[in-house]
Design a protein around this ligand. Sequence first.
Ligand code: PBG
Length: 320
Amino acid sequence: MFRTRRLRKTENIRRLVRETKLSVDDFIYPLFIEEGTGIETEIPSMPGINRYSLDTISKELDEVVALKIPAVLLFGIPSKKDVEGTETWNDNGIMQQAIRFIKKNYPSLYVITDVCFCEYTSHGHCGVIHDNDVDNDATLVNLAKQTVSHAKAGADMVAPSGMMDGAIAMMRESLDNTGYANLPIMGYSVKYASGFYGPFREAVDSAPSFGDRRTYQMDPSNRDEGLREATFDDEEGADILMVKPALSYLDIIRDLKNNFDRPIACYNVSGEYSMVKAAAEKGWIDGEKVMMESLLSMKRAGADIIITYFAKEAARVLNK
Ligand code: PBG
């Protein structure tokens, strides 16, 4: 008889035959940085996650470094918004200040920046609006300005999340032309128009004031199109390809892993975090177990890198 149970008998034999192992090396921790002082505001739907101003963020960064999390992904929350999100390319904007602050005080921490407009535009969309929709090519012009401004401030990697066509090519070209040929780009290559972003939009105040993002983000029904999106980013020169969200899109993560010889990342988004937290709070699930199992599933699906709000908590479990 086939007896698969022979190799499940004790923890030590299970360790020997374990196929997938999570490591703190896999994690990128997102940070919300708000312009102003004395800010440490908990995001109600994301217990444990705060918005910080630069004068309060050090204890968070100390923890990230102590836990040996290799990288952070920065989101800026500006004090003023306008129709085009011009603050995104202000060399003295909140994102640029944050990059300089972290690179000065935590030089070994790898700093990745979210390159988008939705937190900076008065209407909450990810670019320039024409005729009630985001104008792709007008947005690319601003995207190039924002990218170079992040590079000048000292970012280690840039990651465009706006799903504009041609973004990677535009960013690669502007970086190459300004002396940043060695700065890598992580593409939010396959990003779906998802309900799982709800808590994030509350966190950074970026919900669109009209319409939704379905004219630029992907339809959750589409799998083949995910490969097409990833192919464009790959050919345009993205160094890392990302799938977002993660849990409902594990099939897409595996598709990318099987089809591209680039590192594959996934974004374990806000709603995925909130669901686990809420159910654990109610005592309906074992929060730590479900957290580790979810992260493991992303790695098993093929993610080399996991962007997650659980990074600190999971690192503590892994370092035990
Ligand atoms: C902005 C952006 C979003 C997220 C990351 N960058 C939200 C969106 O597209 O509306 C979501 C992150 C999360 O939910 O954790 N372009």
